[in-house]
Design a protein around this ligand. Structure first.
Ligand SMILES: [Zn+2]
Length: 144
């Protein structure tokens, strides 16, 4: 059996199994192979390049559902360290983040590191005012 990547005249790609190469040629010549999307009978073998990109896409999709790999664990550890550093060196100001960030920016108070929560509206307003801040990385939920 041979699997061919096929494409119809409208560009739908699909694959199909044939007993051998000549079985495909005969079926295609007799218009016995039809596109599962549009039912068209004008079918030819797809070029190698599109079939390669299709399999790469499948690989990428498979990677997304795979278990965490060591690189993801390392990234997670790094994010955790960033968080811990911020938490150890900055004042938690809760939902007064935007207010406190403004005070620091306009030098109404001594400059200090702060962290807390800002609504998307607050964050946008801060950006508009040219106040620099960095989103704290959110950690994915712990496993247990
Ligand atoms: Zn088609």
């Amino acid at each position: 059996m041979i699997r061919y990547d096929l494409v119809c005249s409208c560009g739908h790609d699909f694959d199909s199994w044939f007993r051998d190469a000549s079985a495909f040629d005969k079926a295609a010549a007799a218009k016995a192979v039809t596109c599962p999307v549009c039912g068209g009978g004008d079918i030819r073998k797809a070029l190698m390049a599109p079939s390669l990109s299709t399999s790469r896409k499948r690989e990428a999709a498979a990677l997304k559902v795979a278990a965490p790999d060591p690189r993801q664990l390392a990234m997670r550890e790094m994010l955790k360290q960033v968080r811990e550093h911020v938490e150890a060196n900055a004042d938690y100001v809760g939902n007064r983040f935007a207010e406190e960030a403004r005070k620091i920016h306009y030098e109404e108070v001594e400059p200090r590191g702060i962290y807390g929560e800002a609504s998307p509206e607050d964050a946008r307003a801060l950006i508009d005012e040219g106040i620099e801040f960095h989103p704290l990385p959110a950690l994915p939920e712990e496993g247990n």
